[in-house]
Design a binder for this molecule. Structure first.
Ligand code: FES
Length: 320
């Protein structure tokens, strides 16, 4: 797994505790360099010295000279967040790929379409800059933040920006988010919902929003169940940059088949949630099975996530 193109080196210039189990890290370009531009909703891939690749949403100001990410130390994870929380030090150099953005603010549906942001746990990280962007555009904004006592970052900043339009829901206090009431309110005011967090929260919001015809824009950290493939048999994939055509049998992912043929593909989650393995599609029809693209983005058929998505036709041509 490697993809040297598009990587940059950054330096860790600050590490601060943002809440219990959450550290906020500030990254700067090397002297004389400038970090790439980004828009709210974007994330970067941090490439750790072990080779693990981890995705973190950018939480700071797009105009700032440095990047900020917040990392939740996950005891049950594969070790990336524990290494960052326990071992990473100011002055360390890291490789980064991106930024990429699959969670940009939905366009205004009318002049002042209100937006209701809902974050669950560390899902607050993309919501912070997205809500700030919406506020800056003069849109009506409400922010709901669900989490556990002591483990919620950015509370002071969010209270300061949104005042009584910011509501905290802390499980231990029993003030859980009333999803039905939230969606009914959104429907009454013509608002769209923008949400990021655990799958259970997103599934519940998505289902309720659909029932009330409320637009919902979400980013998942965990995958849902994969549907059966559209194309059941083997299919061909031409790797245009590598110069070979491979056959992908039903039991193998396009990612695994492409890597076995020598293609360079950066990947991380292998479940269609992180966006790291995004690959341009040059020809053919894709069976999108990721948790990232919106229906409109799927319709464009110009990109795919090769760890889970497959062909919906006998042959694909990919820019790999
Ligand atoms: S590796 Fe995460 S979406 Fe493919």
């Amino acid at each position: 797994m490697s993809a040297p193109e598009g990587r940059i080196e950054v330096e860790v210039v600050a590490i601060e505790a943002a809440a219990d189990g959450i550290v906020e890290i500030e990254l700067a370009a090397r002297a004389g360099d400038r970090l790439p531009d980004w828009e709210p909703g974007a994330h970067i891939d941090l490439i750790l010295p072990s080779g693990l690749v981890r995705q973190y949403s950018l939480t700071g100001e797009p105009a700032a000279a440095t990047w900020r990410v917040a990392v939740l130390r996950e005891e049950a994870g594969r070790g990336g967040s524990r290494w960052i929380a326990d071992r990473l030090q100011v002055g360390a150099r890291l490789k980064v790929a991106g930024p990429r953005n699959h969670f940009a603010l939905p366009p205004a549906n009318g002049a002042a379409a209100p937006l209701v942001f809902v974050a669950g746990g560390i899902g607050i990280t993309p919501i912070v800059p997205l809500a700030a962007q919406a506020l800056g555009e003069g849109r009506e904004v409400r922010v709901h933040y669900c989490g556990h006592e002591g483990r919620m970052a950015f509370l002071d900043r969010l209270h300061g920006l949104y005042g009584d339009r910011f509501t905290v829901h802390i499980s231990e206090r029993g003030d859980r988010l009333d999803i039905d009431a939230l969606v009914v309110d959104a429907a009454a005011s013509g608002a769209a919902i923008v949400t990021c967090g655990p799958a259970r929260l997103l599934d519940a919001i998505g289902e309720t929003a659909r029932a009330h015809d409320v637009p919902v824009h979400l980013e998942r950290f965990e995958s849902g169940a994969l549907p059966a493939p559209v194309w059941q048999g083997p299919f061909e994939v031409e790797l245009a940059l590598t110069g070979v055509t491979i056959e992908v049998p039903p039991e193998i992912s396009v990612l695994a088949a492409a890597e076995a043929a020598g293609a360079l593909v950066l990947s991380s989650c292998s479940e269609g949630t992180c966006g790291t393995c995004e690959t341009p599609v040059l020809d053919g029809v894709v069976d999108h099975r990721d948790s990232i693209l919106s229906p409109a983005q799927r319709e464009r058929n110009d990109t795919m996530f090769v760890c889970v998505s497959r062909a919906a036709c006998p042959r694909l041509v990919l820019e790999l």
